[in-house]
Write a protein that binds this ligand. Structure first.
Ligand code: BES
Ligand code: ZN
Length: 878
């Protein structure tokens, strides 16, 4: 068990490592019960180190030390010190060779960090600090070296032996054993190390890079999954091509391997040349995976592939720089997915996710900057802020300096820092250099937490006249940051005329344009426009969501309806509807009554949208969806989450009831959607079909329930099956039980699909939520040691089942607290993540908030992991 007291690490304490590792050899004698590791490394004093005679720090976490030699001899008495963090070796000369023999126990490892067993195979997860659970090593990202790895194991049990780089040797040994030797020629930090030993089937393909080299692509899965690999391999090839075409980045090794693992804490891991994936993000067939799953797989495969440059070739100096690789790589995978999808809907999905998850994080007790300056447990900083807000910062940089300059900057960045471990400051400095701009004010985005609030106001002087836009900004305080500084906010805007066309104008001394990026860097700033070609009917603000801010532009209902009908920016169009939905909810909660005039206007605008023959199906499907409760909660200081959910659902019902006929009329055009096609267009049409079905059920359209039943029965794809199930999942109706029972029977032996069943049951607000929860935990397919199973049950229960999670006697909080406690003893990283909904106690009404806080206090009094303690302590801090 780890040290239970969170001692913080500070960015300001950063010091270069005392030693560099010149080369590393690892010999593994692999077995599930006990694996022996021989670590040989050549170390040399780092000339840049601050202290000339500092000891060598070798981190170790739960590894047994078997033997230790320095240049072939045991270190003299007192020179080798063992402490809570590992080993300290004093009195080393300028250069030395160390040989360490150590032991670890993969089959006891339920934390799934380090070397562990999953479905009878052995695998590793080292980021961020898992390598120290395998052997003693300077396990920090700025210690880069080359690895030579020898794996030895029983041949029958582990016929496949993989590690990073190229296989240079392999052979048979006595006693049914065999071995393989792998060499990775590229410098890498220990967090990118990986090995796999197992009985796995290999699906192969090849990719020819832009310079004509042939790369072997190998996808390793359990034999029974061999028929679910095509999509992942095709996605990998598309990602490799995209990185060449869009970013000029070519793959560097001769082989690229991906291994699917059943037990995995995260989505996937970018180990050099040997990615490890949660099986959920690899395996897909039309019968088992939905369109959303197909898209998620493609984007995770791309993300990990893109890390080969943004993360592996150029890596992070320390973990405070995590967004250097994650923010940039998310930005890159977003660009890729945008390229694979239609009509700006990817951008809308990303913004919806940012609002539903990152904005609440940034406004709550766990708020932190994109580049934090201290942490107690780094595992807890793989957050939406570091990832998604981090990607927004990259996007803003591109908006500010222009696409071409940005692309040049990326080239310089990869070239200059290849083989190095660097910082977000280094990244921004390159962008400043290529653009000739002072980006120092921009860097506050990296160091300051919280979502800025922007207001916008306009005034016009008649047609052909002038316009003025006044913008203000303010960032509310966050824990540890009372006073906020001003940030640089790129605001993309356009003026639309009565027909929805863009109006032209110019800024003083500027060219005539029909779209502008205004740079707000002061607390308040006014921008003037001259010679407008027409008088504006509406203003399209924050186009493409040009900055991660909360905008209040005080637009009237007519103006919003105009944008919803005509805006050529998909985000802005969607946003107009979202603003209307939010306003209606706010009115219901704050004035205790529906604003009937507003709701009638919204219904009218939605009716027009449903009649619009030109709108793309996927965009229509996206616009029709009301914001989730999670996001709506941010509109209020505190709110009763059960009431909020009920008002949201009631608003949905009220808005769509009069529109059922209009929705029915669209349906025949979508009758052929279950056609096995996987184009963006085909997926968009299925999405619309399923959305309309769900909205009709929500609006109590009597015909919709039998249609859902029929859709389920006839379905040839998981997308249509899940579409039907989702539509009826909130109905206390026999149809729901019938379909779910059938689904369970059909997929009870297929864990990844069974997870969908768990999610539907746990996430449904239908009465009896606790009994269903008990039944799921008793289900033969449930295992506490498998993160996917646990997340499939606890995740939706806390995210979507307001009625039970927030039941007013506190039963939901106590149950979840108990589960988190139980899980923490096995898997602290996953437990700390699942504890997060409990940290939002200040956002719910005070009666519930106190119950939630009491559960946190109970957990705080126990002996819990450092991961969980860190989350709880920040949640309870004043
Ligand atoms: N490097 C991470 C995986 C990781 C995260 C390892 C946290 C250790 C701790 C990987 O590149 C990643 O970001 N994976 C994401 C999916 C991605 C598409 C955003 C994940 O696993 O959720
Ligand atoms: Zn990543």
């Amino acid at each position: 068990m780890r040290d239970a007291s969170p001692l913080a690490v500070y960015l300001n304490d950063y010091q270069q490592p005392a030693f560099v590792v010149e080369s590393l050899e690892l010999d593994f004698d692999l077995a599930a019960a006990a694996t022996e590791v021989t670590t040989r490394m050549a170390v040399r004093r780092n000339p840049e180190a601050v202290e000339p005679d500092a000891p060598l720090r070798l981190y170790g976490d739960g590894v047994e030390l078997v033997s230790f030699t320095v240049d072939g001899a045991k270190p003299a008495e007192g020179l080798l010190e063992q402490d809570a963090e590992g080993l300290l070796l004093h009195g080393l000369p300028e250069a030395a060779r160390l040989e360490i023999v150590s032991r670890c126990h993969p089959d006891q490892n339920t934390a799934l960090e380090g070397l562990y067993a999953s479905s009878g195979n052995l695998c590793t997860q080292c980021e961020p600090e898992g390598f120290r659970r395998i052997t003693f090593f300077p396990d920090r990202p700025d210690v880069l070296t080359t690895y030579r790895v020898r794996l030895e194991a029983d041949r029958a049990q582990y016929p496949v032996l993989l590690a990073n780089g190229n296989r240079v040797e392999a052979g048979e040994l006595d006693g049914g054993r065999h071995y393989a030797v792998w060499e990775d020629p590229f410098l890498k930090p220990s967090y990118l190390f990986a090995l796999v030993a197992g009985d796995l089937a290999c699906q192969r393909d090849t990719f020819t890079t832009m310079s004509g080299r042939e790369v072997q692509l190998e996808l390793y899965v359990e034999a029974h999954n061999a028929d679910r690999c095509d999509h992942a391999l095709a996605s990998l090839k598309r990602a490799m091509r995209f990185d060449e075409e869009a970013f000029g980045r070519e793959y560097d090794l001769d082989v690229y391997m991906i291994v699917a693992v059943d037990d995995f804490n995260m989505g996937a891991m970018e180990n050099k040349g040997l990615n490890l994936f949660n099986a959920k993000y690899v395996l897909a067939s039309p019968d088992t995976a939905t369109d959303d799953d197909f898209v998620a797989i493609e984007s995770v495969i791309a993300h990990e592939y893109f890390h080969n440059w943004s993360g592996n070739r150029v890596t992070c100096r320390d973990w405070f720089q995590l967004s250097l690789k994650e923010g940039l790589t998310v930005f890159r995978d977003q660009e890729f997915t945008t390229d694979c999808t239609l009509f700006g809907v990817k951008r809308i999905d990303d913004v919806a996710m940012l609002r539903a998850f990152q904005f609440p994080e940034d406004a709550g007790p766990l708020a932190h900057p994109v580049r934090p300056d201290h942490y107690a447990e780094i595992n807890n900083f793989y957050t939406l802020t570091v990832y998604e807000k981090g990607a927004e910062l990259i996007r803003m940089l591109r908006t500010l300096i222009g696409r071409e300059t940005f692309r040049r900057g990326l080239d310089v960045y990869f070239e200059r820092f290849d083989g190095q471990a660097v910082t977000t400051d280094d990244f921004v400095a390159v962008m400043a250099e290529v653009s000739g701009r002072n980006l120092t004010p921009f860097k506050r985005w990296y160091t300051q937490a919280g979502t800025p609030r922007v207001t916008a106001a306009t005034s016009f002087d008649g047609p052909g006249g002038q316009a003025r836009i006044t913008l203000t900004q303010e960032t509310p305080p966050t824990p540890g940051q009372e006073h906020k500084e001003l940030v640089v906010i790129p605001m993309r805007v356009a003026f639309l005329d009565a027909k929805g066309q863009r109006i032209t104008a110019h800024q003083k001394g500027g060219e005539v344009q029909d779209e502008w990026v205004l740079e707000l860097s002061e607390g308040e700033q006014t921008f003037r426009f001259e010679e407008l070609s027409d008088s504006p009917t509406a203003i399209s603000w924050l186009r493409g969501f040009s900055a991660p801010v909360i905008l209040n532009a005080n637009q009237g209902v007519d103006e919003l309806a105009h944008l919803l009908a005509y805006d050529d920016d998909a985000f802005a169009r969607w946003e107009a509807a979202q603003t209307l939905f939010r306003r209606a909810i706010r009115s219901r909660i704050e004035h205790d009554a529906a604003d009937t005039a507003l709701e009638a206007a919204i219904e009218h605008a939605l009716a027009a949208l449903l009649r619009d023959e030109a709108i793309e199906p996927v965009l229509l499907a996206t616009i029709l969806q009301l914001p989730p409760t999670r996001e709506l909660a941010e509109l209020f200081e505190r709110v009763d989450p059960v009431r909020l959910r009920n008002e949201r659902d009631d608003l949905e019902k009220r808005l769509y009831m009069p529109l059922t006929e209009a929705m029915q009329q669209i349906q025949p055009k979508l009758d052929d959607v279950d056609n096995g096609a996987f184009t963006a267009e085909a997926m968009g049409r299925r999405q619309l079909r399923n959305r309309l079905l769900a909205l009709r059920v929500a609006a109590r359209d009597q015909a919709a329930v039998p249609e859902a039943l029929a859709q389920y029965q006839k379905a040839r794809s998981q997308t249509m099956r899940m579409g039907a199930l989702n539509a009826v999942n909130e109905l206390d109706h026999e149809a729901r039980q019938v379909l779910l029972a059938d689904f369970e029977k059909r997929y009870r032996d297929d864990p990844l699909v069974l997870d969908k069943y768990f999610g539907l049951q746990a996430g449904s607000q239908v009465a009896g939520g606790f009994e269903r929860l008990d039944a799921l935990l008793e289900h033969p397919g449930f295992r506490w040691t498998n993160p996917n199973r646990v997340r499939a049950v606890l995740g939706p229960f806390m995210a979507r089942n307001e009625r039970h999670f927030h039941q007013d006697d506190g039963e939901g909080y106590r149950r979840m607290g108990g589960f988190v406690e139980k899980l923490d003893a096995m898997n602290p990283q996953t437990a700390a993540r699942l504890a997060q909904p409990l940290t939002r106690w200040r956002k719910v009404d005070t009666a519930r908030g106190e119950q939630m806080r009491a559960e946190l206090e109970r957990l705080a009094a126990l002996e819990v992991s450092r991961d969980l303690r860190d989350v709880i302590e920040r949640a309870l801090a004043e």
